[in-house]
Design a protein around this ligand. Structure first.
Ligand code: PHB
Length: 398
């Protein structure tokens, strides 16, 4: 290739999907089912995608969809159904019984397992899926022929000419500016704390997840498998994950779940997760739309991130199916409004769980007493427990 004449390739498809996370992969499956062709690109390698550590709770509706996509899905064999969680405060545990309250459950099945399943399924089905391809810009979203310009790992430029572009490319979305007019354009809120997360080689310390509010701050005792556990404790957003010894980590965790003797093991992964709430000002413009983290971010407390992405793509797939097969624009015109309803309900739930369970650095004595009053109001009322169970297990995807 001579200098000054960069190689450029053009490819055509109906839907160009940027991002091979759960949203992009599930969308490509639903589109293929409706006879709509798509290409997915992702700047990461398959290995990186499959090893990214994310949250682990799937709503009932997400599990129903994964099972409909693949009746042999490992979510039903490797995943574990959880029929409740425990809210702990003032050293006492209060179980929220999901099936008893709302007839639904959640599944503990880590996101990277969903990714492994979906990647295998889509590649086996012949999906055009390109790793190591970085989108640089999106053009022409106000026309019927938008395109994604991208660069491959060896510097080759490719242009994907499509009829619709979907940004499923996470919180640093390259598609977002084409939809909202800016890379930041959105409603957002930051929190004065983060989560210190660990993975440890130990058996579970409890049967179900424990969300604990303690005078020392929040902790969450989650799980991954019979041999590996995931735990978090509230920390400063600028905390250095390597500054604490293993003993200090166990001491911090243990002090925050009084009443349970944590089963300790080797800590083989540690990270600090900053969190914020974000919703893009616009979710769709002309022939482009945003889904998943490109459209919104929630704090992890309500375990809504991936579930919300799945709900977005169910709506979008339906809208694109009617656009392509019936030339009917009504659903795509209603996408932003319809998706927003669930997004804001999930934003509220995630904010509420976060604010109810964490300590804020500037909280007064009044604030601390009020928070305990709020927790009592929830666990001692059928209405309170039912709202929590309904939101946690997820509103039905219609
Ligand atoms: C997790 O296991 O990573 C997890 C579980 C529940 C949450 C957040 C994270 O609310």
């Amino acid at each position: 290739m001579s200098a000054g004449a960069p190689h450029s390739q053009k490819i055509r498809t109906q839907v160009a999907i940027v991002g091979a996370g759960p949203a992009g992969l599930i969308l490509s499956h639903l589109l293929a089912d409706a006879g709509v062709e798509s290409i997915i690109i992702d700047q990461r390698s398959r290995d990186e995608i499959e090893s990214t550590i994310r949250a682990g709770i799937l709503e009932q509706g997400t599990v129903d969809l994964l099972t409909a996509i693949d009746p042999n899905s490992r979510v039903n064999t490797v995943g574990n159904r959880h029929d409740g969680i425990e809210l702990r405060f003032q050293s006492e545990g209060h179980r929220i019984d999901f099936p008893g309250l709302v007839g639904r459950s959640v599944w503990l099945y880590p996101q990277h397992e969903v990714l492994k399943d979906m990647l295998r399924l889509r590649l086996d089905a012949g999906q055009d899926l390109r790793f190591g391809v970085t989108a640089t810009r999106v053009e022409g979203v106000e026309t019927d022929t938008p395109c994604v310009v991208a660069t491959t790992a060896d510097g080759e430029e490719i242009t994907i000419e499509a009829e619709f572009v979907v940004g499923a490319d996470g919180s640093r979305s390259v598609v977002r500016p084409a939809v909202t007019g800016s890379s930041t354009g959105g409603f957002f809120r930051e929190y004065p704390f983060a989560w210190f997360g660990i993975l440890t080689e130990a058996p579970p310390s409890a049967d179900e997840l424990i969300y604990s509010n303690s005078p020392n701050g929040f902790a969450l005792i989650s799980q991954r498998s019979p041999e590996v556990q995931r735990m978090y404790f509230q920390c400063d957003p600028d905390a250095d994950p390597n500054a604490l010894s293993e003993d200090e980590i166990w001491e911090t965790l243990q002090a925050r779940v009084p009443g349970t003797a944590l089963k300790e093991g080797r800590i083989f992964q540690r990270d600090v997760l900053r969190f914020r709430s974000f919703v893009a000002h616009e979710l769709r413009r002309g022939r482009a739309a945003l889904v998943g983290d490109a459209a919104h971010t929630v704090p992890p407390t309500g375990a809504k991130g991936m579930n919300l992405a799945v709900a977005d793509v169910v709506l979008l797939a339906r809208a694109l199916r009617s656009l392509f097969s019936e030339n009917d624009e009504r659903l795509i015109d209603g996408y932003a409004e319809q998706a927003s309803r669930r997004i804001w309900k999930a934003q509220h739930f995630s904010w509420w769980m976060t604010s109810m369970l964490h300590s804020t650095p500037d909280a007064s004595d009044f604030d601390r007493h009020r928070q305990i009053g709020e927790l009592h109001s929830v666990v001692e009322s059928d209405a309170g427990r039912t709202y929590l169970a309904e939101a946690y297990t997820g509103w039905p995807i219609d």
